[in-house]
Ligand binder design. Sequence first.
Ligand code: DGT
Ligand code: CA
Ligand code: CA
Ligand code: ZN
Length: 575
Amino acid sequence: MSQLNKKDIIQLLERIAVYLEIKGENAFRISAYRKAAQSLERDERSIEEIEDPAKLAGIGKGTAGIINDFLETGTTELLQELESEIPEGLLPLLKLPGLGGKKIGKLYQELGVENAETLKAACEAGEVSNLAGFGKKTEEKILAAVNEMGKRPERLPLPEVTRTVEELTAFLQDIKEIDRFELAGSFRRGRETVKDLDFIISTSHPVSVGEKLVTHPNVTAVIGHGETKVSVELTDKETIVPVDFRMVEDESFATMLHHFTGSKDHNVLLRQIAKSRGESISEYGVKNEESGEVTHFDTEADFFHHFDLPWIAPEVREGKEEIDDAAHVKELVSMEDMKGDLHMHTTWSDGAQSIDEMIEACRMKGHAFMAITDHSKFLQVANGLTEERLKRQHEEIRTKRETVDDLHVFTGIEMDILPDGSLDYGDEVLKEIDFVIASIHSSFSQDEETIMKRLEAACRNPHVAMIAHPTGRLIGRRDGYQVNLERLIDLAVQTGTILEINANPNRLDLSAEWAEKAQEKGALISINTDAHRYDMLDHLSYGVRNARRGWIRKETVVNTWSVKQLTDHLWKNRL
Ligand code: DGT
Ligand code: CA
Ligand code: CA
Ligand code: ZN
């Protein structure tokens, strides 16, 4: 059996449709795969719960066979054939704005475009604008996008490096000459993006460790190979991830870890403290300038204690308040404080798992509570719930929750705030729901005033508990809509509306800086995964790290409250 979930299967069916489009196949054949994907999307069960896909309206025998192939083997002959027929270089082009299977198909069949270079040449020669359905403007846009494609992004968003982090962690664990290692640098500090990864390795055999490091199968370039430092580039899909490894004797490990965790500005602050005590800090230890004696430390905490400081969490080591406010670091919200997750999706809208499956997954995580918050009817692409389906879903949740005693399941919804500022359901529907989230998924280009009217309407509705992903940004890809965050925070405080830190590493929305401001003004915060599949339930820690960067204290975060405290808050002032 393969590990594919329903969303994976839907994506694979859509991929077949796109590949057929590229090949210029007949429209009926293409639409059969799209229809099948849609009817899976519409069904409220997870793929494990659907016994025979052929019984679903919109899925024929052939397509059902393909779905079964996917489930059993993870692929199917048709997809493999298509993959071998279509030039590899065409696939990255599908990501360019405005270029779907149909258009790529035309470029391929009529102009012989096979990759970014040939597409660029075709644009420059003016051939693209001569094709039916393209035009001069489109050609210019495509050319600009292709040129952008070749550039290396300066900083990598977290999701681009997490696979490499996991792989390297497993790889290092298997090298027997390594005593201990840690990932330092901006990644350890929980930054939203990183330039590179910095591993600190404790070993007495740096040379042989270095030789092994460069053999990792994903290493595509060795930038530097010294006795104690190795710099390489690993390639993961299309992303190039630069990595620095530093090898050190165990007695210097803690100091080295601190040094390369940074930040630079934090290190400057500590060096000033050392200087005032007649000491100096190097990567290897702390030297007494008078006696020349060097002190080593077993742990980073010992290193801080040497300077009469408590251990300072990496997330706040930015050379700002962390020394003056060191005593407050222990008040920051931590993963151990988190009792539940209040934003997630199921197969009732665009999630991969069913209600039962998500509940079981949250139980396994040890959550004390959760909220099931599918999309509302406005979001048709995500199979949003009509009032009638919402009612049925909540009945199912209420019945189900009677049978689970170690976890409280709140009924919920992620309700769209419509472009005209109205809410997707009326009060008579909302008044029944435990946890009403309001969020914007449409008309991102509206001016600030219009956007703020939408957010204000949501905050002022007594049933709305939280605004999700308040800015709509996607890190490194999209800025979000024109939100005046000062005003949104004021509104949130005035109306008791919770602001979300969406923990999805692509979002981290609110950012640490704005979360800090929100807390200062007295707003409440909730950190949630917005999970659409099992593995996304693990993203909570990204949100917590982001919160810690903004000095968010435990009591500000409603996920650390008890079920009783949360319930009281949710039902206050709603009648
Ligand atoms: P980034 O840009 O995402 O890689 O950010 P970092 O902080 O990981 O920066 P990186 O990789 O250049 O260096 C890792 C840490 O090493 C940095 O936070 C502090 C320390 N470090 C590196 N170069 C210097 C330096 O020239 N002076 C000082 N004081 N510290 C440095
Ligand atoms: Ca770094
Ligand atoms: Ca580095
Ligand atoms: Zn959501």
